[in-house]
Design a protein around this ligand. Structure first.
Ligand SMILES: Cc1cc2nc3c(=O)[nH]c(=O)nc-3n(C[C@H](O)[C@H](O)[C@H](O)COP(=O)(O)OP(=O)(O)OC[C@H]3O[C@@H](n4cnc5c(N)ncnc54)[C@H](O)[C@@H]3O)c2cc1C
Length: 520
């Protein structure tokens, strides 16, 4: 993917006033999923993202590809079944980014083993042929053998079950590349600033601005799909300033620690925290990630900040279950995400996690809610609606068996470049230059060649893009990311043709941002 080529395609079509079948607003899991689905059906698609692909919620998840054990408890069987099927398809189509992971629910009371044991058997059953492995009851010794970091006092045993885990931002980048491979045009740093309407008031295009050059585009479309997550209502109000609020926002934080706090390859699932939620502590890229919380917030933002009480809550809950209680000084990074929840009554943790497709009287099609795991199904549903509403050329959805960019069967053999899948060989070729083989910081495995690859093939534009989503440095270790920033800026400057002033500005901006990912 090269940004110049994408912008040129946008400009040429705008100049000729040829409408795209679908223009997607928003480059998170939902929007990029729609672009993949539509492009793979042979429709013409442009996707516009205000920032970098995945800047919003889609890089800030708990990294689980799951049916949602919690939704089982709430009795939402159809949601669990559909998500379990999608979990299976995700692993099938992107095995380099989606893996199965063993989770233990520890039992400290007599009733927990039968209660969770039966519940998780039902979870296995609902997965059917998409199952990841059978759950089973474990003795105290077996539990500690699998999860030696668990607090042993009063432990009675545990239940082990299997779910999926992934790298959310990396999958998003590979989905964007999949869409591009099928002919979609995707442009980052290109916010939609307005909606265009025909004489009858129907939305028939968007206005967008290239934030790198200031150039504006009037882009005609047969259907406009609003996939902007927590920003959904701001786009709807471009067509109808009086549109009622549709989405509410809830914040979740994660704390990242050194792997030694968890040990082994098994995740810990706390089924009921003091506020009645679920908390996970999972191994991820050589670290331990603990989260999440569910705190209603008034207004969405691209860089939400953690609340003190959220940090304390995660630390306190983790400390109750881990033999070595983590403290503030052990936190290597904190990251925060905002859930787009379809409006309803009551606590945000009880609001619908199903996706919702909404069509405004202007014809604007909005897709929101759902979860990362169900992005493909959401996209299929959205494109089906768009074909009907926009009278587009009808074609069957093909994504159930569509390999995601980077697909390789034996990805484990790729070592620290596993997340690149089939692109790993191109990065290795770059790293034949000794200057590009150097590790950028001793705390993390990333090498200089990955920066070049991110800029050359994945449309990374800034230091933040490279250190936050293309590599996950900022999410894993904020101090190390800060230390890497200047080196990354120079590498990017050489690749993108930028000057010293750009480097200084980039380093300054990144360091300021990275402070928010530290806990002091
Ligand atoms: C804390 C937390 C943990 C989660 N954990 C999991 C999990 O483990 N597993 C799971 O399956 N799901 C999980 N989810 C849910 C999942 O992450 C979300 O459902 C999903 O990422 C939402 O994607 P989206 O594309 O709808 O939104 P986003 O990723 O936020 O994308 C919307 C995009 O729209 C862009 N945008 C906004 N305005 C404009 C404009 N004017 N022009 C162009 N672009 C614009 C934004 O920049 C943004 O990139 C979690 C969510 C949270 C908050």
């Amino acid at each position: 993917m090269r940004r110049e080529t994408m912008v040129r395609a946008l400009r040429e079509r705008a100049q000729q006033n040829i409408p795209w079948d679908i223009v997607v607003v928003g480059g998170g899991a939902t929007g990029v999923g729609v672009a993949v689905d539509a492009a793979a059906r042979g429709l013409s698609v442009a996707l516009l993202e205000a920032h970098d692909f995945g800047k919003g919620t889609s890089s800030r998840s708990t990294k689980l590809v799951h049916g949602g054990v919690r939704y089982l408890e709430q009795g939402n069987i159809p949601l669990v079944m559909s998500a379990l099927k999608e979990r299976g398809l995700m692993r099938q189509n992107a095995p380099h980014l989606v893996h199965d992971l063993a989770f233990i629910v520890p039992n400290y009371s007599w009733w927990e083993a039968p209660f969770y044991g039966i519940g998780l058997k039902l979870y296995d059953l609902l997965a059917g042929k998409y199952g990841f492995g059978a759950s089973k009851l474990l003795s105290k010794e077996e539990t500690l053998e699998r999860l030696p970091a668990l607090e042993p006092e009063e432990l009675r045993g545990g239940v082990v079950y299997f779910d999926g885990q992934f790298d959310d931002a990396r999958l998003l980048i590979h989905l964007a590349m999949t869409a591009a491979d099928h002919g979609a045009t995707l442009v980052n740093y290109c916010p939609v600033t307005g909606l265009q309407r025909d004489a009858d008031g129907y939305v028939n295009g968007v206005t967008a601005r290239d934030d790198e050059t200031g150039e504006t585009f009037e882009i005609a479309a047969r259907m406009v799909v609003n996939a902007t997550g927590v920003f959904t209502d701001s786009i709807r109000r471009m067509a109808d300033p009086a549109a009622e609020q549709f989405v509410v926002t809830s914040q979740g934080i994660h704390l990242v620690f050194d792997r030694s706090f968890l040990k082994g390859d098994t995740a810990l699932m706390v089924p009921k925290t003091s506020d009645g939620r679920v908390l996970f502590i999972i191994p991820w890229h050589g670290h331990a990630v603990a989260g999440t919380t569910d705190t209603p917030v008034d207004a969405p933002s691209l860089e939400p900040r953690p609340l003190e009480e959220e940090i304390e809550f995660v630390l306190e809950t983790a400390s109750r279950f881990l033999v070595r209680p983590p403290t503030r000084k052990d936190v290597l990074a904190v990251f925060v995400g905002l859930r787009p929840l379809v409006k309803g009554e009551g606590k945000t943790s009880a609001l619908s996690r199903d996706h919702v497709i909404h069509v405004d009287t202007s014809g604007l099609l909005t897709i929101t809610g759902g979860k990362w795991t169900t992005y493909r199904h959401m996209a299929e549903d959205t494109v089906d609606h768009a074909i009907t509403l926009g009278k587009l050329t009808d074609a069957e959805c093909t994504t159930k068996n569509l390999h995601i960019h980077g697909y390789v069967e034996d990805s484990a053999a790729l070592g620290s470049l596993e997340v690149y899948g089939s692109d790993a060989s191109a990065i290795r070729t770059l790293a034949e230059d000794p200057a590009l083989a150097v590790q950028l910081d001793p705390a993390l495995p990333y090498i200089a060649a990955e920066v070049i690859w991110a800029a050359r093939a994945e449309m990374a534009r800034t230091v933040e893009d490279v250190l936050t989503r293309h590599t996950r440095a900022l999410f894993l270790n904020a101090e190390a990311a800060i230390a890497m920033a200047e080196r990354v800026a120079w590498l990017l400057a050489a690749e993108l043709g930028r000057d010293e002033a750009w480097v200084a500005a980039q380093v300054g901006e990144f360091r300021a941002l990275a402070q928010q990912y530290r806990v002091v």
